[in-house]
Each structure stands twice: as C-alpha cells, then as structure tokens.
Design a protein around this ligand. Structure first.
Ligand SMILES: Nc1nc2c(c(=O)[nH]1)N[C@H]1C(S)=C(S)[C@@H](COP(=O)(O)O)O[C@H]1N2
Ligand SMILES: [Mo]
Length: 314
C-alpha cells in the first residue's frame, strides 16, 4: 500500500531545494524559535539554540495520508505530567531540553549513559512520516526525525536474558505540575518485548517537521511504535532498561481492564467504553476507518505469530 502522500502541505521552498539542505536550514531556524519560546515561558532554558542535524526522508513507510499541520500536532497533546488535558504545550516549555541524558542499562554488556548530543551525533538519523493513533480515537500523521531503537540497543549489547525493554520517562516535580496528581503511578513507564524493540519500525524520535522535537511532543527524545496505540509512545525518555520480566506500564497500573501491555491497534476490538472502528483525523476533523495494526500489518503481523492467546489488542 504505497500511496504517494499529498504534497499540498509542503512548504514551497522544500519543493525547490534538496530536502537535506532544507532540513539543515529549517533545523537551525526552528531551534532558534524554540530557544526563544523556552526563554519566555520558564526559568530553565538552554543557552544555545537547539538544533537538529539534517536527515533524509526514508520513503519505505509511506503514511497513505496527508501530513497533519504542525500547529495541530504541537498544540493538541497528551502529556499527563503537565496536566490531564490537551492544552499543555505552553506549560511543557519549562521542561529543560539540555543537558539531557538517557541511561541505557539492565541486562546488557555495555551499559551507558548517552547525552542527547551524543545520540544526535552517533545515531543514524532519518526522517519517517508515521501515523499515530491514540486510543481515544483521534490520529495524526507526522514527519518525525529519529533513529531505529535497534541502533541504540546494538551499542549496549543486550544479553540473552533480556526479554523486554522498559522505557522510563522524566518526572521532575518542580517542572511538571501533573505530578501533584499523586494517585497516578509516576513516572510514566512503558514497555515492549525485545522482538518488538528490535523491529525496524520501532523508532526513537528526536525531531518533528525538521526541527528538534518540542517538549510537548516528548522532546528531546521519545519512543514511537506506530502500530500500537499512542499511549505506548513514552515521551521525554530518561532511561531504557533491558529486563527479564514484562514491565507494568503507567496506564496498565491505572486501569488494567482498559489498557494492557500489547495495545496493538485493532478496529474490531472496541475499548470497553467506545468503538475503535474509526478515528478523527487531527486538523481536518474527518472520520476515517481505523486499520489493523494502524496500517502497518505488512511489517509487524509476523511479530505476533504464536501469541494468539495474549491480549494483543488493548
Ligand atoms: N510521558 C508521557 N508520555 C506519553 C503520554 C503521557 O501522558 N506522558 N501520553 C501518551 C499518549 S496517550 C499519546 S496519544 C501520545 C501523544 O503524543 P503527542 O502529544 O505527541 O500527540 O503520547 C503518549 N506518551
Ligand atoms: Mo493516547
């Protein structure tokens, strides 16, 4: 299903300039804008404007839908650490983006703490236009810059006992007002199997729209596995651990009857309180049919052979 995406959203200069060059320039501009925004909104700010190295688009994963306008993606967010509503973008500007480290540890031969700048320099950056389908039945299409999770795992050499990957995200009380909602099991944890983590589609995201990933979208680094519901996509990662036991996620702890470990998108399996058959497209408001594995079945269905007795869909 390789449908050419609509080009109507693209800015005119991108049509006339090689993408890598455009992204290089836009990254610098975007970084400056973000640096200024951060300076206005909060006390913690990077002295240097953030920037993102240029990255070529990988066209293997055509989204089959138009890219969602950037302003929608950066202003309609789920990030409970900043509040349990969609309008957290401004508050999230207080999340310091530099320095930032991600500890990669657990059952690995070479545990290491990576600075975000090390990752930007060392990892094979590319752009992928992925869909994101929230369990709340809305969706979006975003050009993310990032690198395969497998590239990070290769660096630390997982041991044979590593069966799962646990993602831990930032929890900074002075910066994140949502943490005062003490009935939630902070920090926000997510996880997947080692096979899912090694899959080519599992992507660590460090940018969006050719610019550094904004804090409200999980800057400076988040995970995205586009065949799963959006709540699996932990934002602002601080630790990635290879473990023997299945991690228990934030939402699984809060409401196990509604949110499980696998959470693969399936239009035929309703949420206990609503249908998952269709989704509302951010930006246009259009209602479209939801696809099995969010349309990525040709890539990922094989991961689940023999797991039919698992609760794969919620
Ligand atoms: N740390 C953290 N990560 C999170 C969340 C959150 O509340 N906290 N919300 C999740 C949910 S439910 C969704 S749909 C996506 C939303 O990503 P977006 O705001 O970039 O669209 O982030 C996911 N990652
Ligand atoms: Mo979500």
């Amino acid at each position: 299903m390789l449908i050419r995406i609509t080009r109507g959203w693209e800015i005119p200069d991108r049509l006339a300039t090689p993408e890598a060059l455009v992204f290089g320039r836009r990254a610098v501009l975007g970084g400056t804008a973000l640096g200024l925004a951060t300076g206005i909104a909060g006390p913690a700010r990077a002295a240097e404007p953030l920037s993102l190295p240029p990255a070529m688009r990988n066209t293997r994963y055509a989204p089959g839908r138009a890219v969602t306008p950037e302003r929608e993606v950066t202003s309609y967010n789920n990030f409970y650490e900043f509040g349990s509503h969609k309008g957290i973008a401004r508050a999230a500007q207080r999340l310091p983006q530099r320095p930032w480290t991600v500890k990669v540890d657990g059952l690995v031969d070479h545990p290491r703490e990576f600075g975000i700048e090390d990752l930007l320099r060392e990892m094979p950056l590319e752009e992928r236009v992925y869909r994101l389908r929230c369990v709340e039945a809305w969706s979006m299409v975003v050009p993310w810059t990032g690198f395969p999770l497998s590239a990070l795992l290769d660096r630390v050499a997982p041991q044979s006992g590593a069966k799962y990957v646990r993602f831990e995200t930032a929890a900074i009380p002075g910066v994140m007002p949502g943490l005062r909602q003490s009935w939630y099991p902070w920090p926000y944890i997510e996880g997947c199997t080692i096979e899912e983590a090694a899959h080519e589609l599992s992507f660590l995201v460090v940018g969006a729209y050719g610019k550094p990933l904004p804090p409200q979208n999980g800057g400076p680094i988040r995970i995205h596995q586009p065949w799963k519901y959006g709540f699996k996509a932990g934002k602002s990662l601080v630790r990635v651990s290879l473990v023997a036991e299945r991690p228990k996620s934030f939402w699984e702890t809060v409401q196990p009857s509604e949110y499980g470990f696998w959470a693969n998108v399936n239009p035929a399996v309703p949420h206990p309180r609503w249908s998952q058959a269709t989704e509302r497209v951010l930006g246009t408001g259009e209602l479209v049919p939801t696809q099995l594995f969010n349309g990525y079945g040709e890539f990922v269905a094989g991961l689940y052979a023999g797991l039919e007795n698992e609760r794969l869909w919620a």
